[in-house]
Structures are given as structure tokens and as C-alpha cells.
Design a binder for this molecule. Structure first.
Ligand code: NHO
Length: 369
């Protein structure tokens, strides 16, 4: 008999919509072995609830349906009760960036409900939340629901599953380094490319191109402050066995010029940015004279417990220097792999590849229940 699983989806933005498209394909393809019914879809102020647990239609018009027929979203305790009352296994998909929702993961897991999410907040905030989540979860043999969050680092790339496999098979991770932000990757691959002889580009112009193309957050300061990368490093460092109090507990270089930190709108920020082009231009020139390029990277040195995020120079022959587009690259140095790192590389941002990471987590949960 097919496994019967109920799914609740919270968050129907870029990733949420792409996830619904991919889930719809998976549900059809695997109908003979697993019966997955989406019974709840919500965004901030509207929800579709299937009170009799019959499957909601998984269409790309789900946003419009939410507008037309949505009721008030359930509170988390009410959602837990609704899912438990179905009598089936249930998976919650958190496709928001809400810290409030992440704070409730321990309760959701303790109720036996599984979670798959690209939301970094639960895993990169205060250490207590991380500890509470994994104490409540069933991942390490406990009685709670399973939780997976592959897409919190490197979108659909197998980054977290790789580090878990390394550690679980007895290898020791000594160092992790790489480019962890699709936006930062694009900015520096454009601003300081390898092997160009033309006039150097102004950093502010490259930020403008990236913003207009939708590669940056609506306010590019949310990319340039380094916090997104710091959150990803926090997650990887914790999985490598380090105790990290929070994503602001280690050095993180912000690329926002001090006087522009407090301007109120993103337009004011963009207007002021050209005044600071010379500072970062100088760094790129200096590197060029040494046959190097600058890149925005993160690194974790496990033995010395040193985690840092910021600009570094790389020889033009280094794999990090040769990245293209908005690709991520993550190099794992371990006892087993020695000096030659295990490298994961590819598209690390975007709705479809992020949704793929979330769906692959759902598939892992389905296999375990
Ligand atoms: P959106 O488009 O803002 O959608 C968020 C949705 O959540 C909206 O429908 C909103 O109404 C709903 N929502 C918010 N709070 C809610 C609440 N309390 N209750 C109910 N609904 C609520 O965001 P995205 O782009 O779809 O992202 C969704 C999640 O995926 C976020 O946690 C984001 O951080 C994460 N994520 C996205 C990406 C990406 O490429 N879009 C990536 C990873 C994780 O790998 C990607 C990445 O790291 C990109 C990064 N900027 C880079 O490397 O440059």
C-alpha cells in the first residue's frame, strides 16, 4: 500500500512556487508508492486549508488562489493539531525566512511532524535554538520528527549531505573554504575577472547591473553586509563540530561603506555607492599587480576554531578565482582526502535550484518514514 503523507507548505514566494511545481511532478511520478497530499498552504496573511484532508490542487496559480479564497493562517499550535488529527505522517515545508517560525521547530518536531526548509534562521541563530532543534528531532535516533535543511547552504548543491557523510563515516573535517553567496560570486566575477585587459569596471556599476537583473536582495546591503555568508558558515562550522554562539560571534567583513550603513532607502544607498568605488578599486589593483584577484569568501579552520568571512586575494590559477556567473564553490579539506580537497561547485542561488534542495530533503524524509 502507498505511504500516506500530509504536507503543509508555509511561504509561497520565489522558492515556494518553484517547490510546488517540482513537488507536483514528484507526486505524479511516484503515485504508486507514496500518496502525498498538500493539505495546507500559507503565506503571511492568507491560507488555503483542506479541512477534510483531500489534496489541494498543486497549480502555479496557488498565489492567486490564496488571494481569492484564502482564510487567516493557523497559529503554529493549531497547525500542529490540524496535522496530527489527520492520523498520517506529516511534513511541514518552511519556505519563509521567518525567525518566529524557526523558533517553533522544537515544538513541531516534538509533536512528531517532520520539517524540510531552506530557511537559515533556525540553524544559524543563537546556539540554544540549534541545540533545541536537534534534541527534539528524530535525526539522531530520538522520537521526534526528522528535519533536513540542505538548501540553507549552496541551494541544491550537496553541501550539507557531503559534510554529514564525511563526519558520519569517521573522517575529520579540518578546513572548509569557498564562495558561499551567489550574489557575491556574481559581483566579484564581474568586477575582478581573471585575464581581462580592458578598463576596470566600477564596483558600484556592477552592483547596479546585479540589482537590475534581480541577482541581489531588493536592498543590496542585505548581500553586501556579509551576514548571509556568515549564517551559512555558522551552519557548516556547527556541522564540523564547532560551537558557534551566533553568526556575529566571528569576524565578518561588511562591504557597505560606513556612512551608507544608515541611509534609509536602497536608492539612497545606490546613489551614494559610486563615492566609495576607489577604495575597493585600489584593493583589486593591488591584487592584480601580484597576479591575483579578490573574492568574497568564507573559511572555517577546525583545529584553531577560526571562522571568518571577507575579501581575500587568490592566485588567478586558484579554482576560486576561476568561478563563473553566480556559482558557489565549497572545498572540504579532511584527514581522508589529505591536501587535495573534495570540491562541490555549481549554481548556488535561484528559486529552482533552491527548491530542488528542499524537495530532495522531502524525499529523504519519505524514505525514512
Ligand atoms: P520570498 O520570495 O520573499 O518568499 C517568502 C514567502 O514567505 C512569501 O510568500 C511570504 O509571504 C512568506 N512568509 C514570510 N514570513 C511568513 C510567515 N511568518 N508566515 C507565513 N508566510 C510567511 O523568499 P524566497 O526567495 O522564496 O526565499 C524563501 C526562503 O528560502 C528564505 O528563507 C530564503 O533565505 C531561502 N533561500 C533562498 C535562496 C534563493 O536563491 N532565493 C537561497 C537559499 C535559501 O541558495 C539561495 C541563496 O543562498 C541565495 C543568496 N542570496 C545568495 O547566495 O546570493
Amino acid at each position: 500500500m502507498a505511504k500516506d503523507i500530509k504536507v503543509a507548505i508555509i511561504g509561497v514566494g520565489g522558492v515556494g512556487k518553484a517547490f510546488i511545481g517540482q513537488l507536483s511532478h514528484y507526486v505524479k511520478k511516484n503515485a504508486s508508492t507514496v500518496s502525498i497530499s498538500v493539505v495546507y498552504v500559507a503565506r503571511s496573511r492568507a491560507a488555503l486549508i483542506s479541512k477534510d484532508y483531500s489534496p489541494l490542487p498543486l497549480t502555479t496559480f496557488i498565489s492567486e488562489e490564496l488571494d481569492a479564497a484564502g482564510t487567516e493562517p493557523l497559529s503554529v499550535p493549531d497547525l500542529i493539531q490540524f496535522l496530527k488529527a489527520s492520523g498520517s505522517e506529516a511534513i511541514l515545508i518552511d519556505n519563509t525566512s521567518s525567525v518566529e517560525l524557526a523558533n517553533t521547530y522544537p515544538d513541531i518536531l516534538s509533536a512528531g511532524i517532520h520539517i524540510a526548509t531552506p530557511n537559515k534562521k533556525g540553524f544559524s541563530s543563537e546556539e540554544k535554538l540549534w541545540n533545541d532543534i536537534f534534541a527534539a528531532a528524530g535525526n539522531n535516533g530520538g522520537s521526534g520528527g526528522y528535519i533536513f535543511h540542505e538548501a540553507t547552504v549552496g541551494a541544491g548543491l550537496p553541501v550539507l549531505s557531503t559534510i554529514r557523510d564525511l563526519v558520519d563515516t569517521g573522517d575529520e573535517v579540518t578546513k572548509v573554504e569557498g564562495v558561499f553567496s551567489g550574489t557575491m560570486s556574481f559581483l566579484f566575477n564581474e568586477f575582478a575577472p581573471v585575464g581581462t585587459s580592458g578598463a576596470p569596471k566600477a564596483f558600484s556599476d556592477v552592483v547596479k547591473v546585479a540589482k537590475d537583473a534581480g541577482y541581489t536582495e531588493p536592498d543590496p546591503r542585505d548581500d553586501l553586509n556579509g551576514l548571509d555568508v556568515a549564517r551559512k558558515l555558522t551552519i557548516l562550522a556547527r556541522l564540523s563540530g564547532l560551537s558557534i554562539a551566533s553568526p556575529t560571534s566571528f569576524p565578518v567583513q561588511s562591504l557597505i561603506p560606513k556612512p551608507l550603513e544608515s541611509v534609509s532607502t536602497s536608492q539612497e544607498f545606490m546613489d551614494g555607492l559610486p563615492n566609495y568605488d576607489s577604495e575597493i578599486g585600489l584593493l583589486a589593483d593591488e591584487a592584480k599587480k601580484e597576479g591575483k584577484v579578490i573574492r568574497f569568501v568564507g573559511s572555517i579552520d577546525v583545529p584553531s576554531k577560526a571562522v571568518k568571512v571577507g575579501l581575500e586575494k587568490f592566485d588567478v590559477s586558484h579554482p576560486i578565482a576561476g568561478l563563473k556567473g553566480s556559482d558557489n564553490i565549497i572545498a572540504f579539506y579532511t584527514k581522508r582526502y589529505g591536501d587535495r580537497a573534495l570540491i562541490v561547485q555549481g549554481a548556488g542561488a535561484g528559486a529552482e535550484v533552491t527548491a530542488m534542495g528542499v524537495l530532495s530533503d522531502v524525499i529523504k524524509i519519505v524514505a525514512r518514514i
